[in-house]
Design a protein around this ligand. Structure first.
Ligand SMILES: [Zn+2]
Ligand SMILES: [Zn+2]
Length: 146
């Protein structure tokens, strides 16, 4: 991952500096998207402005992407970790589910054809509630029920 990113940056005339390297390492240790502030707390030796800059550069070259799970700040993750996912987030318990973006292909086609609009999926989570928070509203059997 790091070598690959270093190569990508070099071919772009940039360097993978210490801050950027540490940001990538911190992101790859995570299983869920994280805010720049949380990263700054985790990496106290790097100035917060440097973390923001690193995230911006890494996002520009496609190594990092950000999503908004709630009304809050952007949350960052490695772009390769969850390729083309659409987050679903529960309004009640805050739990998030990464669904494959391909599930929405049909909807995307209809919106494009009928409304002349290209939907940019993935950037914002789709709100709703999970089966645990409102089981009665979901018609299929509970996935954890046996
Ligand atoms: Zn955004
Ligand atoms: Zn829930």
């Amino acid at each position: 991952m790091l070598d690959e990113t270093a190569d990508r940056m070099r071919s772009d005339g940039r360097r993978l500096g210490a801050a950027r390297r540490q940001v990538i390492e911190a992101l790859s240790a995570r299983t869920a998207p994280v805010s720049a502030e949380e990263l700054a707390e985790e990496l106290p030796t790097i100035h917060v402005s440097s973390i923001y800059r690193s995230l911006a550069v890494l996002e520009e070259i496609g190594v990092v992407r950000h999503v908004h799970l709630t009304h809050g700040a952007a949350l960052y993750e490695l772009a390769d970790e969850t390729p083309d996912s659409q987050y679903l987030v529960c309004d009640v318990c805050g739990r998030d589910i990464a669904a494959p973006a391909a599930l929405f292909d049909k909807l995307r086609q209809v919106i494009e054809k009928d409304y002349g609009f290209v939907l940019q999926g993935g950037h914002f989570a789709l709100p709703g509630h999970c089966i645990d928070c409102d089981p009665a509203s979901i018609s299929r059997p509970h996935p954890h029920a046996r």
